[in-house]
Design a protein around this ligand. Structure first.
Ligand code: PLP
Length: 453
């Protein structure tokens, strides 16, 4: 019988995004507790969590007020649902709060439990809406290569990464992909950011024309792409994309699962890029991940056809047992209160600017192809050949070594192939950013020594 935690993990658990056989050899990193932006393993080793868990623990790992809010709600009403006109105070308060804080006029909120579920639900609301409008042919949606929208059958189809399609026979037929706004990787030699953004908008227009504009219901995009490699779009990209969508009366869904609640230095990523969506999808940082939670915030353009009973298409046959869970709603409300009281969005803008400046000093290193980011989200793109922009023969091999070396230095990051993602909790301080950037600089020297072997 295995008895260490590591041995029992290997014996009994299949992990997400983990090669199961190598895991059996290497074993897990077991985290036991957290404090501010740090976590500690069972041996007491401290790690700076430079990914905020999974881009999500905005308030850090020891915010007692969130624990107290959950405890109070557990005692008052541990569960109630929101099916069939039933409701409860925390979900009502939170729905009102989200509508009022949205960056563009919104009117209704539908609650779900994860980013994937929320995006799945948006797809179903879109289909229902098109039927209600008497446009049943209008069911196709467009998302982008390199985008990440989740892993359920439908949300994985929206995701534009080969890893999430391969082996699962995805994407589903009504889900189409257009090119990403990744200037560093996808632009032609010498193509300016402006020309690249124009080309992407023209490609979108051509795809819509080819499919038939009256068959396309919506476009999905993250303001800044996260899991695809932290891709900050060119300055005029969103303006050009929105002009195309407006031309064909296509809904815009902004997936704010990573960007929402301060990450880009504004409350929403949409504000940073002047995006005017019809639907906002939020999760992760809404509860600092202390409770699984997500929400869909929509405007009247989305809601009104759904509410129109004259079309007789029947009740909205969709919802999740735990959607709008009272404990999750209470934690979200407290989390948003803390973000506002402590001015954490302004803090993210200020510390974020400091972090971006300091990270840019790494760009001269021979193994760094590009440093990119905005606010408190960034990526360091690792290369072996700066001019040809290539890493090791196996994509991700260099990034994998880099994140291992960084872990040895007590910093948790995540490599998306050869891009090392940085996304610390919003509460991070200047001193902790220094610790992070110094750690990265040291790691790059270690990596140079390993690459020379
Ligand atoms: N959308 C975005 C932008 C994400 O980054 C993620 C997760 O990382 C998701 C959706 C999916 O969320 P979940 O893992 O909660 O299903």
């Amino acid at each position: 019988q295995p008895n260490s935690q590591e041995a029992r993990d290997v014996a009994y658990q299949l992990h997400a995004y983990t090669n199961a056989r190598s895991h059996q050899q290497a074993g897990p990193l077991v985290i036991e507790r957290g404090e501010g932006p740090y976590v500690f393993d069972a041996a007491g080793k401290r790690y700076l969590e430079a990914m905020a868990g999974l881009w999500s623990v905005g308030l850090g790992f020891s915010e007692k007020r969130l624990v107290d809010a959950a405890h109070r709600q557990m005692q008052a009403l541990p569960f109630y649902h929101t099916f069939a006109s039933r409701s409860h105070g925390p979900s009502i308060d939170l729905a009102e709060k989200l509508v009022k804080m949205a960056p563009v006029p919104m009117s209704k909120v539908f609650f779900t439990n994860s980013g994937s579920e929320a995006n799945d639900t948006v797809l179903k609301l879109i289909a229902y809406r098109s039927n209600a409008l008497g446009q049943p042919q209008r069911k196709k949606v467009i998302s982008r290569l390199r985008g990440y929208h989740g892993v359920t059958i439908a949300s994985a189809s929206l995701t534009g990464l080969p890893n999430n399609h391969r082996s699962f026979d995805l994407p589903l037929p009504n889900i189409l992909h257009t090119g990403s706004p990744h200037h560093y990787k996808d632009a032609a030699a010498g193509e300016s950011e402006e020309a690249f953004a124009t080309r992407r908008a023209e490609e979108l227009d051509a795809l819509i024309q080819k499919e038939g504009p009256d068959t396309i219901a919506a476009f999905f995009g993250e303001p800044v792409m996260g899991a695809g490699g932290v891709i900050v779009p060119p300055a005029t990209y969103w303006e050009k994309i929105q002009a195309v969508l407006n031309k064909y009366d296509i809904l815009l869904v902004a997936d704010e699962v990573i960007c929402g609640f301060g990450r880009t230095g504004k409350m929403f990523g949409c504000e940073t890029f002047n995006i005017r969506p019809d639907v906002l999808v939020v999760s992760k940082q809404i509860t600092s991940s202390y409770f699984p939670f997500s929400a869909i915030i929509m405007n009247d353009r989305m809601f009104e056809p759904i509410a129109d009973e004259s079309n007789k298409i029947g009740v909205l046959g969709h919802g999740f047992t735990a959607g709008g869970h009272p404990v999750g709603s209470a934690v979200a409300l407290e989390n948003l209160r803390i973000i506002e009281e402590r001015n954490l969005v302004a803090h993210a803008a200020e510390i974020g600017a400091y972090m971006q400046d300091r990270l840019r000093t790494l760009a001269d290193h021979p193994l760094v192809g590009e440093v990119r980011g905005i606010g408190l989200i960034a990526a360091v793109e690792l290369v072996l050949d700066k001019t040809r922009k290539v890493a090791a023969g196996t994509p991700g091999a260099l990034g994998g070594v880099a994140s291992r070396l960084l872990l040895e230095r007590g910093i948790i990051s995540r490599n998306m192939l050869d891009a090392l993602a940085i996304c610390p909790p919003l509460i991070v301080t200047k001193v902790q950013i220094d610790e992070l950037v110094d750690g990265l600089a040291g790691m790059l020297e270690d990596l140079k020594a390993e690459a020379a072997k």
